[in-house]
Design a protein around this ligand. Sequence first.
Ligand SMILES: [Zn+2]
Length: 210
Amino acid sequence: MIPTETKSREAICRLGASLFRRGLTFGSSGNISVRLDDGWLMTPTNVALDELDPASLSRLDEQGRLTGGDPPTKESFLHRAMYAQRPQDAAVVHLHSTHSVAVSVLEDIDPADVLPPITAYYIMRVGRLPLVPYYPPGDLALADAVGALADRHHAVLLANHGPVVSGSSLSAAAAAIEELEETARLHLLLRNERIRLLTPDQVAALRARG
Ligand SMILES: [Zn+2]
């Protein structure tokens, strides 16, 4: 069931406050969007996610033009790059969450799939996580790089920057980006340990569930 615009506005503000309270975002970093019938709701630029006002959220039309609320995040192009390739998805969350950023700068990661199969929930909620090369803030080439991966991946990690995750609902996108951040934290905790990851057969069985 598609939530009403009022419900979506409230859900964005609730999620923003929750992410901020738990240290998953800080300052005015991080942004959230939800697809509407005729455009998007997006968090505004220069606002901390624990200070969002449902009435002030940016409302964009299908061409990305502001039709209500405050000006959108300067990273709105990242969200639109995901939506353009993923018509089935209804929400996007982008964070500069600490452990995910830390993993994105490790020298020995596989750019085709950054994090190892530590838990079943990571495989089911995130799947394969490709690394998007570094681009400076505002460089629109970053949108092209995200767009090139987004038809096959609902979660990508921007090098030296942070994760972008879409989902079939706002709660699905939030659950996936939180799983990603916790798995990044586990990966860093375990870097110097001898560990048993899920086996290729166990991973394949999880992926076959769809
Ligand atoms: Zn960012």
